[in-house]
Write a protein that binds this ligand. Sequence first.
Ligand code: ZN
Length: 500
Amino acid sequence: MNAKFQELKHRLAEIVDLRMISSLLDWDLQALMPPAGTPVRAEQAATVQRIAHERFTSAEIGRLLEELQPYEEGLDPESDEASLIRVAHRDWEKARKVPVELEGEMAQAAATALPAWVEARRNSDFAAFLPYLQRAVDVRCRYIACFDGDGPAYDYALDDYEEGMKTHEVDAVFDELKRELPALIAEARANPVDDSFLAGPFPIDKQRELNAVVLRQFGWSPDSWRFDEIVHPAAYHLATTDIRITTRYAEDSLESLFSTMHEFGHGLYERQVDAALERTPLAGGVSLGLHESQSRMWENLVGRSLPFLRWLFPRVQEVFPEQFGSVDVDEFYRAVNKIQPSLIRVDADQVTYNMHVILRFELEQEMLDGSIALRELPDAWGAKMQEYLGIDVPEDRLGVLQDMHWSGGAIGYFPTYSLGNVMSLQIWERIREELPDLDSQFEDGEFGVLRDWLRENLHRYGRKFTPQETLVRAAGAPLDPGPYIRYLKQKVAELAGAAA
Ligand code: ZN
């Protein structure tokens, strides 16, 4: 093999090691570290990130990439080698445009805004958060200014999370959702579903037991996964053979069960990336949208489906005989699929969730192009909640202050949640065609065939191809909200029919 390629690969492997160490520091901070370690940990994390950034954006990497150009042209573009050079080159060009001082300032702004946001949310005090938000937006705008293109500012915000996706493409998808969803929300409102038995109490040790049963059945195993409890549920990967998912529990809800399935979906994507890509920049999910398509698939398309619940519900009844002794599986199915407008995005159902995202997507564009003053955000938020979901926002804690994303400068992130929903159904329709037997497998608690399909058609590629190319490989078509809208219509009709 080409010696220069070997050198590039070696250098990139070290940079990936540093990034994984940085993830480990973050996981440890969330899961194990005593709280007083926080300030020093912030410095440690910044040091590792800076070294990784400096090494990656170095002139030597640029020189190697340059010199490997002819070698790449002689390779099969789909090979691991050609993909590594191509993707590293693209990443390098992008990373080089951002001065290291600005990188540091972004990290610093995020680190100081996070505790300010926690405090402001606790007190429902938007004014106290405003200066931090202003700085977050200013820094984000300076970051965007590093890329001298002619598209709207939001294109560059989006590109960090969904590479190559343009604002107008998101607009086209969201316009269709905005056209179709209000009627579905109204229909669901007219046919209320009883979910009173989901209020618990569900003792936490019993919930742990249930989550463990589901994870094992899905394909979690202790040789390459961990499962821990932390404040903000998430999935971490330190290697394709070291996946760490997390959850949190509340006695008055079974939400942890579904959030655990969600994080499993994220974890499985990383677990099933081709082992040959380990310690390269290609080892990982290709975009947040495709990542979310996987978490939503396990949470909603598997986890809230009737065939799966036929397998699961007897086990739920066994663990919680008092709460579910007189409930049947159809009632349970309707309850966990209930559609009802609510204030908090992370608690929202499958239909209204998208309106929460669209609201944020619209406000973020105005924040970046300056057409809204940040102090007007709470009012603008309230007006859109009224328009899209017909509900009042009683306090900012339950409105504009609910998400942590903006405090960290993550403007452009939210659309990927709904794009993930859309992609999940595109991929799902293809899976249903190719695996007609899926329902009876779920009823038997069999998920290996689905896992294998996902590995073969999506997960194994990692970051070899662009998000758009990867979606076409998995779903057979570019981004299209049609399958998702069909799915939601069918679900709403089913729930309405069942309630009548
Ligand atoms: Zn997720």
